[in-house]
Design a protein around this ligand. Structure first.
Ligand code: SF4
Length: 342
């Protein structure tokens, strides 16, 4: 990994305008993503991770507003860094797919049912200025092979002739068609069976090695995050509450929320450690409590937690957390196994 991040998210905040007020879905989020690195963003449903992903490629709904921050993209071709949030529509179209591809959970239904896969591949390429149909076809067939699909059969198929897992892999291949430097996957395997999930993880690992793209992996499946990611970002109530190397975060969590997520899933050995769900529910993002947003659910909370929001600070090399009592947390022994939280 080089020391220049390919994507720098800086103090990003996003709010949805609702009747009751502003829903602060993403609050002052900052982290870097380096070339060839996989960063997994974890947290319960509603913690802001999908809004964050949508903001990075500016695909937010009309009711959402980016209220502050920058998203700095650095291409590998010595071009100057650009703030994605300042790109005009033409630049943005080029940025999406060519520089940064995204495969969302709902994308399982994103393929046009009346068009063959071949037509959708060619259409995607043309829309981004790639008009050499033969070259596009060769690239698509190669990618289909990489994602373990029968290239010819899939290329000539209609979406309904493919299973959910096959369609998801088609979308992954489509995302990689223009050789992007960053790929964002939002819950890419949620609707798939465990074996297909495993295949996709293996495929992602291999392609990442071969193609060198950076991966932002949004998931509430800790086992997949543990297997795929170099670093983990834990989000709670729209904020980053912990960030660090995968083993650091999962073995030595420094935020009670990450610890809670870990304890809510079985460990890899299937040992007898008791599963404990996190009590309560996330706060109202329109009317956040004073102090630490996790305090009402936190068994480590003290009076100060209800008064002062803890800053996100380095607690160990490369490992930051936002908790007043981070040093009271235990060291864990097991990585999470294949069970979802949230
Ligand atoms: Fe819990 Fe306090 Fe840490 Fe917040 S700051 S996570 S309430 S111990």
């Amino acid at each position: 990994m080089t020391h220049q991040p390919v994507l720098s998210i800086q103090n990003l905040s996003v709010a949805y305008m609702a009747r009751r007020g502003m829903v602060k879905a993403v609050r002052d989020v900052s982290f870097d993503v380096f070339p060839s690195e996989t960063v997994a963003v974890i947290g319960e449903s509603g913690c802001g991770k999908t809004t964050l992903a949508l903001a990075l490629v500016r695909l937010l709904s009309r009711s959402a507003k980016i209220t502050s921050g920058k998203v700095i993209f650095r291409g590998g071709d010595h071009s100057a860094p650009v703030d994605v949030l300042r790109l005009n529509q033409r630049q943005l179209r080029a940025f999406r797919w060519r520089n940064c591809a995204m495969v969302f959970q709902s994308a399982l239904n994103a393929l046009n049912p009346v068009l063959k896969i071949s037509a959708q591949v060619q259409e995607t390429a043309r829309a981004h200025g790639e008009h050499d149909a033969k070259r596009v076809e060769e690239r698509a067939l190669w990618l289909f092979q990489q994602v373990r699909l029968d290239p010819r059969r899939v290329y000539n198929a209609y979406p309904h002739e493919l299973s959910g897992g096959m369609r998801q892999r088609v979308l992954l291949a489509l995302g990689l068609l223009l050789d992007p430097q960053v790929v964002i996957l939002d819950e890419p395997t949620t609707a798939l069976d465990v074996l297909t999930q495993r295949t996709i993880i293996e495929v992602l690992k291999r392609l990442r090695e071969e193609m060198g793209f950076a991966l932002i992996f949004i998931s509430h499946d800790l086992s997949m995050a543990a297997e795929l990611a170099h670093r983990i970002v834990t989000m709670y109530a729209g904020s980053v509450v912990e960030i660090g190397q995968v083993n650091e975060v999962f073995y030595r969590p420094k935020h009670p929320y990450t610890l809670g997520l870990m304890r809510a899933v079985p460990n890899l050995s299937g040992g007898r450690a008791e599963l404990v769900s996190i009590p309560g529910s996330p706060p109202d993002l329109i009317d956040l409590p004073k102090g630490c947003a996790f305090a009402p659910r936190c068994s480590y909370a003290q009076a100060i937690c209800h008064e002062q929001a803890p800053p996100l600070e380095m607690r160990a090399p490369g490992h930051a957390s936002a908790c007043h009592f981070w040093d009271r947390l235990p060291v864990l022994r097991e990585l999470p196994s294949s069970q979802e939280v949230g």
